[in-house]
Design a protein around this ligand. Structure first.
Ligand code: 3PY
Ligand code: MG
Length: 256
């Protein structure tokens, strides 16, 4: 049985959980790909990776049979194209605040007639030996471009952003969104105002038939996001997972 595309997988009822690489290295990416989660995101915005890092890390994740995701440094057409050229299944662009920003993302990430993605044949090697023609035909649906909603401005424009033709979904950055909606006074995703904003994103994306994702954190936060209807949720970053693992280990060893 062939593995469903990431788009098909997100169409299923079970939410998809993925991990997050802040640290570079092919062996690290491979190890992250072996975790019992379905996908790995490489963070080029706040992580320590450049393009030559991700060009090796994406194939390492794909090689583990996991979906690969890149969070690009910015919503810049060149960076979106580069991320897809590595063979990533999804690219997430930060700080998409308007429908115009979302349209720019789609233009960079989709081939004509949906957009004007530029051809780079390296991506072919990561998509199951497709011919050029097969990849050209399939790419707009094989790969997904996702807009990050993480400001008050984006919340205000959410309907228009979600209505952008060719956009494949929304990903919430809870830290930046919380900072923005509290006018810089808070970074608390559990606050009532933050929870209301997360619920609004879940409802609006559902209305538009788009999947919503969110950066996770602790299990209670993630359970709550699933209950709101979020479909792709980051468990936590590599560094936090390591820290939490060591802390849980010591607590278990020292338990009376
Ligand atoms: C945020 O929470 O703002 C993010 O971008 C997730 O890393
Ligand atoms: Mg952010």
């Amino acid at each position: 049985m062939t593995k469903p595309s990431l788009r098909e997988r997100l169409g299923q009822s079970e939410p998809l959980f993925f991990s997050w690489c802040s640290l570079p290295g092919v062996l690290h990416a491979e190890a992250m790909g072996r975790l019992p989660l379905e996908a790995v995101c490489i963070d080029m915005q706040h992580g320590l990776m450049g393009f030559s890092d991700i060009a090796a890390m994406v194939p390492a994740i794909n090689g583990q049979g996991k979906y690969s995701i890149v969070r690009s440094l910015w919503n810049d057409p060149g960076l979106i194209g580069q991320a897809l050229d590595t063979g990533a299944h999804m690219v997430i662009a930060p700080m998409v605040n308007t429908a115009k920003d979302a349209a720019s993302l789609v233009r960079a990430g989709k081939y004509v007639p949906m957009g004007q993605r530029s051809w780079g044949s390296y991506a072919l090697t990561q998509h199951g030996g497709l011919s050029k023609e097969q990849y050209l035909k399939a790419a707009n649906s094989l790969t997904m471009v996702i807009a990050m909603v993480e400001t008050q401005e984006a919340l205000d424009n959410l309907d228009a952003i979600c209505g952008t033709e060719g956009l494949d979904g929304i990903f919430v950055g809870p830290n930046d969104l919380t900072i923005s909606i509290s006018n810089g006074t808070r970074i608390d995703a559990t606050h009532e105002q933050s929870q209301k904003a997360f619920a609004k994103v879940a409802e609006t994306t559902k209305k538009h038939g788009l999947p919503a994702g969110i950066f996770g954190g602790n299990p209670a936060f993630v359970r709550n996001a699933v209950a709101m209807g979020y479909k792709f949720i980051c468990s936590n970053a590599d560094t936090t997972l390591m820290h939490d693992g060591a802390t849980a280990f010591l607590a278990a060893v020292r338990a009376k």
